[in-house]
Design a protein around this ligand. Structure first.
Ligand code: NAG
Ligand code: NAG
Ligand code: NAG
Ligand code: CU
Ligand code: ZN
Length: 216
């Protein structure tokens, strides 16, 4: 009887280890550059993404210089193809095929990160958190891109025909491909529900084990 119980407990431990959370943050980075602007400068800088655990929200830090003062649409685009500069990066990353929106809207593209507002210093250094993008799983943004636009994103609320598609944010003034920064071996996240399945299995195994142990 005790043997069975021990085996069951060992099985549970193994299964829950598989579903366990990790504790090294996942980190990704994109280096941004863009075409020459009217004043002969180029936007440059970087965007870092940190996700502390599987399924958690992502901390985004944006550090840019030479950006024109004002609001600029800021999105994750679907491709990482720079063959034709920022123009070959495709549209907003939108795996759910829904309308364009604001970061806090229920309906939005995964890639809709809204606007950044740049002051007269023409530099920006801001950090915020988004709970829709992810650095792992089927809908990872790794290998996709960051695009900064010339104009303000109307967040899907304007009356331009492109409002619900792109936010009518104008041209692409800077972009970069999102690459892995931390150790790849440290990213064993599973897709949605796999962790929960592992946990449920270990609970079932535990209960069955207890019943068997009592019955003997
Ligand atoms: C990102 O850009 C900022 C501002 O240009 C710079 O200070 C910082 O070192 C850059 N970070 C990395 C990891 O390159
Ligand atoms: C302008 O933005 C920069 C970068 O985000 C910031 O360090 C600076 O304090 C801002 N200046 C003003 C006047 O708010
Ligand atoms: C919407 O369109 C009308 C008429 O074309 C225009 O007067 C109005 O300013 C527009 N509103 C916005 C938010 O763009
Ligand atoms: Cu965009
Ligand atoms: Zn969008």
């Amino acid at each position: 009887m005790f043997h069975l119980l021990t085996i069951t407990l060992a099985l549970c431990a193994t299964l829950s280890a598989g579903a366990q959370t990790r504790n090294t943050p996942m980190e990704a980075i994109a280096y941004l550059t863009g075409p020459l602007q009217s004043d002969n400068t180029q936007v440059k800088g970087n965007v870092t993404f940190i996700q502390n655990d599987c399924g958690q929200s992502v901390h985004v830090r944006i550090q840019l210089e030479n950006v024109m003062e004002g609001k600029h649409g800021f999105h994750i685009h679907e491709k990482g193809d720079l063959s034709n500069g920022c123009t070959s990066l495709g549209g907003h990353y939108n795996p759910d095929k829904v309308d364009h929106g604001a970061p806090h809207h229920e309906v939005r593209h995964v890639g809709d990160l809204g606007n950044i507002e740049v002051n007269a210093s023409r530099t920006i250094d801001i950090t915020y958190t988004d709970s829709v993008i992810s650095l792992n799983g089927q809908r990872t943004i790794i290998g996709r891109s960051v695009v900064l636009h010339e104009l303000e994103d109307d967040l899907g609320l304007g009356n331009h025909t492109d409002s619900k598609k792109t936010g009518n944010a104008g041209g692409r003034i800077a972009c970069g491909v999102i690459g892995i920064k931390s150790d790849v071996d440290e990213w064993p996240c599973r897709d949605n529900g796999a962790g929960t399945l592992g946990q449920s299995l270990s609970i079932v195994a535990f209960v069955v084990g207890l019943l068997i142990a009592r019955g003997l």
